[in-house]
Design a protein around this ligand. Structure first.
Ligand code: SF4
Ligand code: SF4
Length: 438
């Protein structure tokens, strides 16, 4: 499995267009669309209705289930409607639409300065929950849940993920350079919550300036800042755990099973902002890039801003795009309209021209084995694709560990036959999911 030495791929990183560009704050959006589902778990329940006046940072939807997350207004203004809108991952989904009043006023009591060192674990967890923080690396699992492992599952290690291994994306990189102190403080707060001594921040070695900046910000804290080899998908939880701790998460298990919790650098910064400054999660940093974008940038965007507005702020399209993606080119989600909103897990908006969409015709598998070498999970992607193509789901599940596939796309990237391996795997997973599941 992960213990094998040969795994992953070395695609062109395409980070040059944005890695040297400071984060720009966008203009106040005229309108935001805030889906009540932008996290793993049950949707948040709306607390506002059409016509209500809201302030920035006000709680507008409540995560009531054990795994869910709160949602806050990201601008001040009037609720235009609570209705279905295009969603980056869920087709159409209920969302709260707010029209700006142009004032951008905070809700009463926000922001609030706090001495986080005087807070205990329960108080910090409550703040993180109330701030609506989820995994900002893209996974969007509610952070307070991840920080509350079962009592019989001891955690001894916290890993902070600053790998940012997907090509094109530089939002975490710029964050570590420009907001090192906030990221560092967030890491120390997470360390306190978990009560662990062993904390490591992993950053790919194509970002040595970020390794230096974070090393300085964390000097004397005991947190290890480690450069890890640039190799996709280094930033996947299970691969980063293996690289930094030499522990292997068993098939079908979570990082908790080997005593590890992984949090992204963006999540750490959001934790700092919430715990130290009383700020709910209302904005995030997004890379806007790709061959169809006129001026690739890193933008600080209010959650709920439309992709179209972010793209306009990046000079618009220089050529009509063939493909629009939320996230990275490997694990991102293709969009059918630029009217979708930025959600909490959106670390990138990528737009590509026709020339860059290298689909080409698919051919039968020639059994070259390249996909087996590339798979970071030690799977047999060739067999998984063939079984998916033929709808042999039980065999894929039971004999070929279908559910261990993280859909990283390494196999499809190296396949000379251009097999749509991930497509077949996703199809099998969909067939295998319980009714109503994804
Ligand atoms: S997409 Fe799945 S099968 Fe393909 S390389 Fe990644 S983990 Fe392996
Ligand atoms: S890389 Fe493609 S052609 Fe080669 S074994 Fe895998 S699926 Fe078959």
């Amino acid at each position: 499995m992960l213990g094998k030495n040969k795994w992953g791929i070395h695609p062109d990183t395409h980070k040059t267009p944005t890695e040297g560009k400071p984060i720009e704050s966008n203009a106040l959006p005229g309108r935001v669309i805030l889906p009540v589902s932008q996290h793993i778990g049950a949707p948040a329940v709306p607390l506002v209705k059409k016509g209500d006046l809201v302030k920035k940072g006000q709680l507008i939807a409540e995560g009531q289930a054990p795994v869910s997350s709160h949602l806050h207004a990201t601008i001040s203004g009037k609720v235009l409607e609570v209705a279905d809108h295009p969603h980056p991952t869920l087709g159409k989904n209920p969302a709260i639409v707010i029209e700006s009043d142009g004032l951008d006023e905070w809700a009463e009591g926000l922001p609030t300065e706090r001495d986080w060192k005087s807070l205990d674990k329960a108080e910090i967890l409550a703040i993180i929950k109330n701030a609506g923080i989820v995994g900002l690396g893209g996974a969007t699992f509610p952070t307070y849940v991840k920080l509350s492992p079962p009592a019989d599952n001891p955690i001894d290690t916290l890993i902070i993920n600053g790998a940012e291994c997907e090509p094109f994306l530089t939002s975490d990189h710029r964050m570590m350079l420009e907001y090192s102190e906030r990221v560092a403080t967030g890491i120390l707060i997470l360390k306190k919550v978990l009560g662990v001594e062993n904390v490591a921040l992993g950053i790919e070695d194509n970002k040595m300036n970020a390794v230096k900046a974070m090393g300085e910000a964390l000097a004397g804290t005991g947190v290890k800042v480690m450069a890890v080899p640039t190799r996709y998908p280094q930033g996947a939880e299970k691969t980063l755990i293996r690289t930094l701790t030499n522990r292997e998460v068993p098939s079908g298990k979570l990082p908790l099973s080997v005593g590890v919790v992984v949090q992204n650098v963006g999540t750490a910064m959001a934790v700092c902002d919430a715990v130290r400054n009383g700020l709910p999660l209302i904005e995030r940093i997004v890379t806007v890039s790709g061959s169809a974008i006129a001026e690739p940038k890193n933008l600080k965007l209010r959650i709920g801003t439309s992709f179209a507005e972010a793209i306009a702020q990046s000079g618009g399209f220089k050529t009509p795009p063939e493909k629009l993606i939320m996230g990275g080119p490997f694990m991102g989600v293709t969009q059918y309209t630029p009217e979708v909103p930025i959600i909490k897990g959106a670390n990138g908006i990528l737009a590509f021209t026709h020339e860059d969409i290298n689909d080409g015709p698919e051919a039968p598998c020639i059994r070259c084995g390249q996909c087996l070498d590339a798979c970071p999970m030690g799977l047999n992607p060739s067999m998984l694709s063939i079984l998916g193509e033929r709808s042999f789901v039980e065999e894929a599940l039971n004999e070929y560990h279908l559910l261990d596939c993280m859909e990283c796309g390494c196999c499809a990237f190296v396949c000379p036959a251009k097999r749509r391996i991930v497509h077949y795997i996703r199809y099998s997973k969909k067939m295998a999911a319980p009714k109503g599941g994804k």
